[in-house]
Write a protein that binds this ligand. Structure first.
Ligand SMILES: Cc1cc2nc3c(=O)[nH]c(=O)nc-3n(C[C@H](O)[C@H](O)[C@H](O)COP(=O)(O)OP(=O)(O)OC[C@H]3O[C@@H](n4cnc5c(N)ncnc54)[C@H](O)[C@@H]3O)c2cc1C
Length: 247
């Protein structure tokens, strides 16, 4: 059972009508970049809690979470309705294995996110560790609409800090833009567009790939990378592909 502490909303970013970020002040135990913790609300007689990735780096405060509103989902819509000053339950301890400590050595780090799966990767990119361990880092962010590519300022700051070593590949599936690839991540891997835009190829010797987001993107992307010779990363059998599914 989660051990809850009382949190307070300190700010809110409404990206679109279905995408929201909350900034939260709460006393939690130290965590690793890439981990998640539960947020909860009392709904009727029940405490309903769901896991959310921390977007802030471990040394940054307030805590930050970004999420989509799932129609008919019990918690996400209620969380999105909170405003500065409101209370929220926060699990005191984070968990999760989408962290650099679980990632074997490599030269190139690919961080591939659909939707709100960008969150844990921003936390990781704001720390020193990936820049100490990898020569090149590619962040891939996909969304249905350009307006849903959240945190573009944060990504720009990362790019400015590491101009030679960082590539950002945005994808938008439901409209054409003048800056993003059009289509979905698996499609852009299959037709070579993603690697062309990144200026880097997937390679079983050099690449470590972290994937986060929807189960469909994860399954299709893993399948394509496996066909390219990359293998799933397991503690007992280190490989190239590490995954976190949001549902
Ligand atoms: C390890 C982990 C970390 C997570 N981190 C995040 C996060 O940082 N941001 C985030 O938005 N969600 C995240 N989720 C999903 C989140 O926990 C909730 O499931 C989601 O917010 C919906 O909550 P709900 O109670 O409204 O509906 P739920 O009862 O939880 O979900 C109802 C249905 O909605 C679908 N669904 C769940 N999550 C999503 C989603 N994000 N987008 C579209 N459909 C979804 C699924 O089909 C699910 O069965 C994470 C899940 C896991 C397991």
């Amino acid at each position: 059972m989660a051990q809850w502490v009382q949190g307070r909303i300190t700010g809110k970013t409404v990206w679109t009508e279905r995408l929201v970020s909350l900034q939260v002040d709460a006393e939690i135990a130290p965590f690793e970049a890439g981990q998640f913790l539960k947020l909860g609300l009392e709904i009727g007689a029940e405490t309903v809690g769901r896991p959310y990735s921390l977007v802030n780096a471990p040394d940054e405060r307030p805590l930050e979470f970004c999420f989509s509103i799932v129609p008919d989902g019990p918690l996400s819509g209620r969380l999105a309705a909170l405003n500065a000053g409101d209370s929220v339950l926060v699990a005191s301890h984070a968990s999760g294995f989408l962290v650099l400590g679980e990632i074997p050595a490599g030269r190139h780090l690919w961080l591939i996110a659909s939707g709100t799966g960008i969150g844990p990767f921003l936390s990781i990119l704001k720390t020193a560790a990936p820049w100490q361990r990898f020569e090149r880092i590619v962040l891939v962010q996909s969304a249905r609409l350009a307006s849903e590519l959240m945190y573009r300022d944060t990504v720009e700051r990362v790019a400015e800090a590491h101009p030679e070593r960082f590539a950002f590949v945005p994808l938008v599936s439901r409209e054409a833009t003048d800056f993003a690839l059009t289509g979905r991540i698996p499609q852009a891997i299959a037709d070579g567009q993603l690697e062309a835009r990144a200026g880097l190829g997937f390679d079983a010797r050099d690449s470590q790939v972290m994937l986060c987001g929807s189960p469909q993107m994860l399954a299709e992307t893993q399948q394509l990378l496996t066909e390219r010779g990359l293998t799933k990363n397991r503690r007992r059998e280190p490989g190239n592909i590490s995954v976190e599914s949001y549902w």
